[in-house]
Design a protein around this ligand. Structure first.
Ligand code: ZN
Length: 495
């Protein structure tokens, strides 16, 4: 039997957010061990599902899921949260006996208060523990800020190659397959990472459209070459102020380090040539509402880029609601994180009338609270199941106690206790609101809502709202990123 350990943690840390990722929040989200990992993830489209699937495809493999936890993007991990996660994973690996291989399900854009590169530190510690001859396979999110240390201490690194991320399971299965090839001695992976001084703006990260689609097509060409095991285009995560922030390109060949280097550099050069297209802006709030009203029928989806929950925003931004009120638009559907408003709805009861100030509580950049009068339409525990395709392949959601309110002007508001991105239309439907009935849907996300909203949207527009995840990166003060870097220093040069 080939014994393979599975462990990991996933967090995308927005260092411009003031909301810390504490250990209590990870615990509430679930710090899972053993069979609980299988129960939560095996029947999904996530990374862990891909790892677990290898045992069904190849005989003689024994998988041991040890520890896994993940948390909605927000600010950096507290040092205690990071220490606990690190210790749990290392301890489980240490006491688990002798391993033939290790699979780590990571994100790649975590930051802790006292560590700029948690994934790099973890992979290095796992390497030190298992020794140089036990292969380590790592999977990363496409928003990873990849460090040389992460690559140097792993044998195989695969990365989601879709945004929205709908290939998490497939990339994990590929990682596990290559790990088995490595254990059996069929391949000797050589990894190379290229990090051009370049950011791709979140508005241009969709992998189905140019310029990202061209980069992925070139990567696929390289992937077909003799001796190439894997090629990854990595978008990076601009909301983390760390040295490795930015795009990167990773190639893995079978014992041909020069070829891996050549491929990674070629992709970096192609991205560099597209740097202007990779950094185009979005619509203003006014332009977005005009565009939405110009569409003869709804729903028109407006993506609230500055309040992108999947990027670490609080999800209680009200700027589009204020603008809709000013324009007299009555058919708007939106979710807002607002524990106080949920409580007021619970007290008023089903069908009760409420006068509320909603949203705008977490961060003034996202707009002030909006006064609304309305009727409590539904109440829930905030748990729902996504039935269609989702970003990251996740299926079960828990937004904490929630309520829906229909306001006097006709808005449908979902109010939740925890931050909730629009990853599934069940976010609205489980509270009795039908998204197809609305003229405008405000989605809290940039790419992650697309798999669920696209089938019903008559049009989709990305709105360059301010906030913790604004598309206008010039509003942030960076202290740790590399300099110079495009587009921050417009005259940046790259070989
Ligand atoms: Zn991502």
């Amino acid at each position: 039997m080939t014994r393979i350990a599975i462990a990991g943690f996933q967090h995308e840390s927005n260092t411009f957010s003031a909301i810390p990722a504490t250990w209590e929040k990870f615990e509430r989200s679930g710090v899972l061990a053993g069979d609980a990992i299988r129960q939560r993830f095996a029947d999904s489209e996530s990374t862990l599902a891909g790892f677990l699937a290898i045992a069904e495809q190849v005989s003689g493999v024994h998988l041991e899921p040890l520890v896994f936890t993940r948390l909605t993007p927000m600010g950096a991990l507290t040092s205690q949260a990071w220490r606990n996660i690190f210790d749990l994973i290392l301890e489980a690996l240490r006491t688990g006996g002798r391993w033939d291989g290790v699979l780590l399900a990571l994100h790649g854009a975590a930051v802790a208060e006292d560590c700029d590169d948690p994934e790099g530190e973890l992979i290095a510690a796992v390497r030190a523990l298992v020794g140089p001859s036990v292969p380590i396979g790592v999977t990363l999110d496409m928003h990873a800020n990849v460090s040389q240390r992460m690559v140097a201490n792993a044998d195989i690194t695969t990365v989601y190659q879709t945004n929205p991320h709908v290939d998490a399971r497939a990339q994990a299965l590929r990682c596990a397959t290559l790990l088995l090839d490595c254990i059996a001695g069929r391949v000797r992976p050589a990894q190379a990472l290229a990090q051009p001084p370049l950011v791709v703006n979140i508005l241009n990260q969709g992998t189905d459209e140019a310029p990202m689609a061209q980069l992925l097509a070139r990567a696929a060409e390289h992937q077909r070459r003799q001796g190439v095991l894997s090629v990854s285009v990595i978008e990076g995560y601009p909301y983390a102020d760390v040295a490795d922030m930015g795009m990167s390109f990773l190639a893995i060949t079978d014992d041909q380090p020069a070829l891996a280097r050549e491929i990674a550099n070629d992709l970096a050069a192609l991205a560099w040539s597209q740097r202007v297209a990779l950094n185009q802006g979005g619509l203003s709030i006014e332009q977005a509402l005009i565009a939405a009203l110009a569409c003869p029928r709804g729903p028109v989806v407006l993506f609230d880029v500055g309040d992108n929950v999947g990027g670490g925003s609080p999800g209680d931004g009200t700027l589009l609601l204020h603008a809709a009120r000013q324009s007299g638009i009555g058919s708007v559907l939106q979710a807002l994180r607002d524990a106080q408003a949920v409580q007021a709805c619970q007290e008023a009861g089903l069908g009760g009338t409420v006068n509320l100030m909603v949203g705008g509580r977490q961060d003034s950049r996202h707009g002030a609270p909006v006064p609304v009068r309305g009727r409590v339409h539904a109440l829930s525990n905030g748990r729902y199941e996504a039935t269609g395709p989702t970003h990251g392949g996740f299926r079960f959601y828990d937004d904490g106690p929630s309520a829906s309110v229909i306001t006097d002007e006709g808005w449908g508001l979902v109010l939740s206790t925890l931050s909730s991105g629009t990853q599934s239309l069940e976010q609205f439907r489980h509270l009795g609101l039908e998204p197809a009935d609305y003229r405008i849907i405000v989605a809290k996300g940039v790419h992650s809502p697309r798999p669920t909203v696209a089938p019903i949207a008559r049009a989709m527009h990305w709105v360059a709202t301010p906030g913790v995840t604004t598309a206008d990166l010039s509003t942030f003060v960076y202290r740790h990123r590399r300099q110079p870097m495009y587009p921050f220093e417009a005259d940046t040069r790259h070989p």
